[in-house]
Design a protein around this ligand. Structure first.
Ligand code: DC
Length: 227
């Protein structure tokens, strides 16, 4: 049987990490895990419970009362669950987006999520996207991608996505939220977004989804073959 590897995809918000990760997982028959969805589900819980996300102690206490997991939907894609219930669509709203970086800064939250992520990756055959997957979660991942795109391209993509869903948002508010999250994600003390020299950098500002997929698939095949 062909060797299975883990693929780590890190990068800024709205760079198309999820789209590429899903396509790679489908083509390789691997499991796709959106680690950002886990931080979003924790955030959703805090908002619902009225916990102040800037109060680390309150967040840590509330963390003990929640279970994060995944279920497969009808399309065989994993959806994040909060206490056993899929919250895949609720976690994409602007309220969660506005607070998630604050929650993801908290070490107790990260420790819990990283332990879950490592357990999922133990038997290999996982494509996981996030911010610290190749640096902290799977430092031994056989393929690490760092995705980037220009801020304007990223804001437009997220705007189009939310408008298609029927959300009432402006391009300016999206651009501001992305900038805010980039800053926190890259400058936080705990597991900041960064890359090491074993990453392959993929700037997709001017790449079609197909061209990007072909490139990444070529790298994946080489990594599976062990070179
Ligand atoms: O990928 P996303 O936009 O859904 O991620 C939501 C937030 O979670 C983002 O602001 C950074 C944080 N995050 C993180 O700190 N570590 C990860 N592995 C994934 C996401």
């Amino acid at each position: 049987m062909e060797k299975k590897i883990n693929i780590a995809i890190d990068g800024y918000s709205s760079c198309g990490k999820g789209t590429l990760a899903k396509a790679l997982a489908k083509a390789l028959g691997y499991v796709f895990i959106d680690s950002g969805a886990m931080y979003r589900a924790v955030t959703l819980h805090m908002l619902r419970a009225g916990v102040d996300v800037n109060d680390e102690t309150a967040v840590s206490d509330a963390l003990n009362a929640l279970q994060i997991g995944f279920v497969n939907n009808a399309d065989n894609l994993s959806e994040v669950t909060l206490n056993g219930v899929s919250v895949e669509s609720e976690i994409r709203n602007i309220e969660v987006a506005a607070k998630v970086s604050e929650v993801a800064k908290i070490q107790s939250v990260r420790t819990r999520m990283v332990a879950l992520q490592r357990a999922i990756g133990q038997s290999k055959g996982v494509v996981m996207d996030g911010r610290d997957i190749g640096t902290v979660v799977f430092p031994e991942a056989e393929l690490k991608l760092f995705m980037t795109a220009s801020p304007a391209v990223r804001a437009q993509r997220r705007f189009d996505e939310l408008i298609a869903k029927g959300d009432d948002v402006t391009l300016e508010s999206i651009a501001e939220n992305l900038q805010h999250r980039d800053l926190i994600d890259a400058s936080r003390e705990n597991s900041p977004l960064t890359l090491t020299n074993d990453y392959r950098v993929l700037d997709n500002s001017d790449l079609s989804k197909e061209a990007q997929f072909d490139l990444a698939m070529d790298w994946a095949k080489k990594a599976i073959a062990g070179n």
